[in-house]
Ligand binder design. Sequence first.
Ligand code: DX5
Ligand code: ZN
Length: 231
Amino acid sequence: MWACSSVKYMSGKAIILAPSILSADFARLGEEIARVEAAGCELLHIDVMDGHFVPNLTIGADVVKALRGVTALPFDVHLMVEKPEEYIERFAAAGAAYITVHAEAARHLHRVLAQIRACGVKAGAALNPATPWENLRYVAENLDLVLIMTVNPGFGGQEFISAMLPKIAACAEWLRAENPGCLLETDGGINTRTARAAAAAGANILVAGAAVFGQADAAAALRDLRRAARA
Ligand code: DX5
Ligand code: ZN
């Protein structure tokens, strides 16, 4: 199991940048991950899609397990799958540090969050753009991470939905009161402009696919995003 102690530093106030491998060159995945690790990112975001919850298919636990051997970066596994409870143990064994399930896909969200923690992994809940953050109100203490989707999940390279900014701000305020150790992540359409807005609204982790893997100079891309987020 990937040690949770390795990600403890992430509960601080600094902005964490998490490149999403969805925009990487899948024919050279190991080299691509080495590229962003050398460029100085803190977390690797791994998008798992089942072709049912979202209209796209990506990778499974066996690929995640293989990637565990090529990088020291903690893995932030975003499960865009139906029946996520059937896959938790496999992704935990594959080396996930965080496993995030969609609130819309988990019929028994409280139980799945407990299932993730029982595997020694940090537990996250993701919300589609149309889902209110209030859906998480009664599982506050079961969360290590909340992921607010700023695009409709399924594809990289989409435009940031700015109507999510008040949702990020309201959720951040709620977490500060109810679970200050919980991280708040945004995913989709992050660039220097939207990174600034998301961070100002209260996000701690910014997932970025096209804005990092889509750039020839990943170090410059990360530096620009970090600078924008701090502005
Ligand atoms: C979308 C994924 C995102 C996506 C982000 O379903 O969850 O992680 O890859 O990509 P960009 O940053 O290109 O919008
Ligand atoms: Zn994602």
